[in-house]
Design a protein around this ligand. Structure first.
Ligand SMILES: [Zn+2]
Length: 467
C-alpha cells in the first residue's frame, strides 16, 4: 500500500514545504562516501556560520572571523573550536540577539508584538525541570526535521506511510487542544498513526492499550517514549497479560538502558530500536538494522561530543553532546549543549552507511543524582536496583527527585494488590540500600505514594535532578 506515501510527498510538494526534497537528500546520503557526506555537511555549517555572523548581534560578537573551511572544503577544527558553546541560559538571556530575522522590519515586528515571519513557529522545550525555553523554527527546518524523522523510521525498518503504527504518545501538542498546523495534521494522518494516549498510565488505561495493541494486528510497529513503553511492559509482565509479537518497537525520548530493553523485547516480542531526538534539537539519531549504535542524521545536524570547556573529546570517550542545526535559518541551535551525555564510536557501522554512530547515550544530566561528597548515581542504577533487584513484584513505579544538594526524595507507587507487609518490607529494603549508596552527605526521604503525575510532556521520569 504505497498510496499514502505518494500522497504524503505529493501534498508536501504542492504546499512547497521542501520535505520531499529533504527526504531525497537524506536517502541519497546513505550511499555517499564519508568524504562527500562530510564535505556537504561542512559546506552547510559554513553557510550557517556566515549567516549568523552577518545577521545576528550575538554571533557577530562571538564568532571568530573565518574562513571556516580549508582548501579541500573541510571544517578547520581550530576555527570551529574558537566558537562559543551555547546553552539554555544563553537562549533565555540573549534570545532576540540570536535570531537571524529576514529583515529589520521582521525583527521589529517580533520585538514589538511578537509577530513571527511567515511559516515560522515557536517551539517550547524542557518542562521537566525549571522553566521551559522557547526556540524559533523556520519552514526550512520544519521540512528537514520532518524528513529526518522519516529517515529515522526507515532505519528502524518502518518505511514512512506504508504501514500503520501504534503510538503511545502524550505530548501537549498531540492531545491538549493546542492548535496544530494543517500540514502537521495532514502529515500525521498520512503517516497512519494509531494514538494511544500516555498521559495517565493507570491500570485501566494500560489494559486498554494492551487490548488495542493485540487487536490492531494491521499495525506492525509500536512507538513511544522509553519510560512509557517500559512501564507498559512491566505492567503486562506483572499482570500476566500477553502481547502479540510486534515487528519492531521504536523507543525515544529517554535513555534505553539494557534492563529496560531486555524486558521490552521479551514482552513485545520484537527488536527495540533506540531513537535519539528532542523537541528543541529534532530527530537526531537512530539505530539501523544492526542496532549497534545510533546513526547521526548528518545532513540535518552537526553532533559533537565535548568536555566541560567545549573541546571535542576523542571518539570513544564520554562527553556532553552539542548540536548545531544545519537548516534552521532563522534561529539555528549552534554548538548547543542539549543536556545529554554520549560517546561517539571511533569505528564506522558495518552496515556501510557513512554516518557517524553514537555508540552510547548516557543518561541526561538531569537524570543523575550527584551527592555533596562526589558520588554520581545514573538513572540506570535506580532502574536496575528498584525495577529489578529489589522488586519482588510489590513495586509498580518510582521517581527519584533531587531539588537540593543534600536531599534526595523517592516516591514509590506499590502495585495494586500487594500486601501491606510486602510494601513495608520493600520500603525498608529500598531505604537500607539507598542510604548505603547515597552516603551520609544526603538526607533520604523515601515514601509510598498513590500516584506520580507525569511531566508536562507526558513522559514519566524515573530520576529528576533540578540542580
Ligand atoms: Zn548501521
Amino acid at each position: 500500500m504505497r498510496y499514502h506515501e505518494l500522497i504524503f510527498f505529493a501534498v508536501h510538494r504542492l504546499l512547497g514545504t521542501g520535505t520531499a526534497q529533504a527526504w531525497r537528500t537524506l536517502l541519497a546520503a546513505e550511499d555517499q562516501s564519508p568524504g562527500t557526506l562530510f564535505r556537504s555537511r561542512d559546506a552547510a555549517l559554513a553557510a550557517v556560520w556566515e549567516r549568523l555572523r552577518t545577521a545576528t548581534p550575538f554571533y557577530r560578537e562571538w564568532l571568530p572571523p573565518g574562513p571556516l573551511l580549508d582548501g579541500s572544503g573541510r571544517l578547520r577544527p581550530d576555527v570551529w573550536a574558537a566558537a562559543p558553546v551555547t546553552d539554555r541560559r544563553d537562549i533565555r538571556t540573549h534570545f532576540d540577539d540570536m535570531v537571524a530575522f529576514p529583515s529589520a522590519d521582521a525583527r521589529r515586528a517580533w520585538r514589538e508584538r511578537r509577530a513571527l515571519p511567515a511559516g515560522w513557529t515557536v517551539q517550547k522545550s524542557g518542562g521537566s525541570t525549571g522553566q521551559p525555553v522557547e526556540y524559533l523554527q523556520d519552514r526550512t527546518w520544519q521540512a528537514w526535521n520532518r524528513a529526518a524523522a522519516l529517515w529515522c523510521d526507515k532505519l528502524s525498518g518502518a518505511w514512512p506511510c506504508r504501514e500503520k503504527r501504534l503510538k503511545i504518545w502524550g505530548g501537549t501538542q498531540e492531545i491538549r487542544g493546542v492548535k496544530v498546523p494543517l500540514t502537521t495534521r495532514l502529515s500525521s494522518w498520512l503517516q497512519r498513526g494509531i494514538i494511544l494516549p500516555s498521559f495517565r498510565m493507570d491500570e485501566a488505561t494500560m489494559r486498554g492499550h494492551i487490548e488495542t495493541i493485540n487487536r490492531r494486528t494491521d499495525a506492525p510497529t509500536l512507538e513511544g517514549y522509553v519510560s512509557t513503553l517500559y512501564t507498559l511492559a512491566r505492567f503486562a509482565r506483572g499482570a500476566g497479560l500477553s502481547v502479540r509479537p510486534l515487528q519492531r518497537v521504536i523507543s525515544s525520548a529517554g535513555t534505553l538502558h539494557a534492563p529496560m530493553k531486555e524486558l521490552m523485547e521479551a514482552v513485545y516480542g520484537g527488536p527495540v530500536f533506540d531513537r535519539y531526538g528532542s523537541r528543541d534539537g529534532g530527530a537526531t539519531a537512530n539505530q539501523c538494522e544492526l542496532r549497534r549504535g545510533l546513526h547521526v542524521c548528518e545532513p540535518t545536524l552537526y553532533v559533537e561530543v565535548v568536555d566541560k570547556k567545549g573541546r571535542q573529546v576523542p571518539d570513544g570517550s564520554e562527553g556532553d553532546i552539542l548540536l548545531t542545526q544545519l537548516h534552521n535559518h532563522g534561529m539555528p541551535l549552534f554548538r548547543y549543549r542539549i543536556g545529554d551525555r554520549g560517546v561517539m564510536d571511533p569505528e564506522p557501522c558495518p552496515c556501510g552507511r557513512p554516518h557517524r554512530v553514537l555508540k552510547k547515550l548516557l543518561g541526561r544530566v538531569t537524570e543523575r543524582i550527584c551527592t555533596p561528597d562526589g558520588r554520581i548515581l545514573d538513572s540506570l542504577y535506580f532502574v536496575h536496583l528498584l525495577g529489578v533487584v529489589l522488586n519482588s513484584g510489590w513495586l509498580d513505579r518510582f521517581q527519584v527527585v533531587q531539588d537540593k544538594q543534600d536531599e534526595v526524595r523517592i516516591a514509590l507507587v506499590p502495585r495494586e494488590g500487594s500486601s501491606p507487609g510486602e510494601r513495608e518490607s520493600g520500603l525498608r529494603a529500598v531505604i537500607a540500600e539507598l542510604e548505603e549508596s547515597l552516603g551520609p552527605s544526603v538526607r533520604l526521604d523515601a515514601r509510598l505514594v498513590g500516584d506520580i503525575p507525569p511531566s508536562p510532556s507526558g513522559k514519566h521520569l524515573y530520576v529528576v535532578s533540578s540542580l
